[in-house]
Design a protein around this ligand. Sequence first.
Ligand SMILES: Nc1ncnc2c1ncn2[C@@H]1O[C@H](COP(=O)(O)OP(=O)(O)OP(=O)(O)O)[C@@H](O)[C@H]1O
Ligand SMILES: [Mg+2]
Length: 261
Amino acid sequence: MSAPLLEARALTMRFGGVTALDALDLVVNEHEILGLLGPNGSGKTTFFNVVTGLYAATSGQVLLDGKLLTRQSPQAVYRAGVTRTFQRSRLSLPLTVFDNVAIGQTQHLNQGLIFNLLQRKALRAQFEQTVEQVHALLQTFSSSMAAKMWQPAGSLSMIDRRRVEVCRALISNPRLVLLDEPSAGMTHDETRELMDDILKVRAQLSPFTVVIIEHEMGVIQRITQRCVVLNYGKKIAEGSFDEITRDPEVQVAYLGQEVAA
Ligand SMILES: Nc1ncnc2c1ncn2[C@@H]1O[C@H](COP(=O)(O)OP(=O)(O)OP(=O)(O)O)[C@@H](O)[C@H]1O
Ligand SMILES: [Mg+2]
């Protein structure tokens, strides 16, 4: 069997008295779509925050392709090919769709004033290339998205804003994309549409690996190959959607919460 793309080993994250991740062992295989489930407060977002370098783990390790990712800066994790969307939207609403998507991509343009003054032609070429890349990615979603490239993100509907967030996570051609509740705030139909879009884009681009946190179980059932369930920062089950929903420990953890679609 090939080595996993991402591996967490005994990953622990404490916030004062709260243990958000408790010696978590978790493997993400290359090219799979993995569902990360668990009741509210079970540590799902914390896992993303630790993997992407926003939080420094209390102990344990995260490996990408066997190389240590723990204690790297968010920029280094991004350069290593791991991107994400956030549970709460992080779009800059007054900025254009282009600006919001290109934000990650243009980080490398910041090479100092002297360089910028001397290399204006090179910068112009880089900018034009970025415009082309962003346009092509938006076009992969739909021509109507591409037509909105110079509109402020704030003028877009909720579902289009989500598409912009997903594009921002995809513009750097990542190997691993972490999606934190992409359906939050959307209707059933919009959620279905967005998931279809993500699958379509994934089929057209290189088949990047996805970890998706999602409370809407219909989505998880439809798009994931495998699921991991957390409770109090510990892994309590893993397997196919059908397997984990039959698991008695999962049913107890979700007691009072809806686990079936
Ligand atoms: N920055 C922080 N400071 C203090 N406590 C935190 C912080 N981030 C998370 N926690 C705590 O860690 C635990 C796990 O939170 P986390 O946000 O990872 O849960 P979650 O599974 O994403 O929940 P939800 O489904 O509600 O988004 C919770 O008890 C939360 O209060
Ligand atoms: Mg969360």
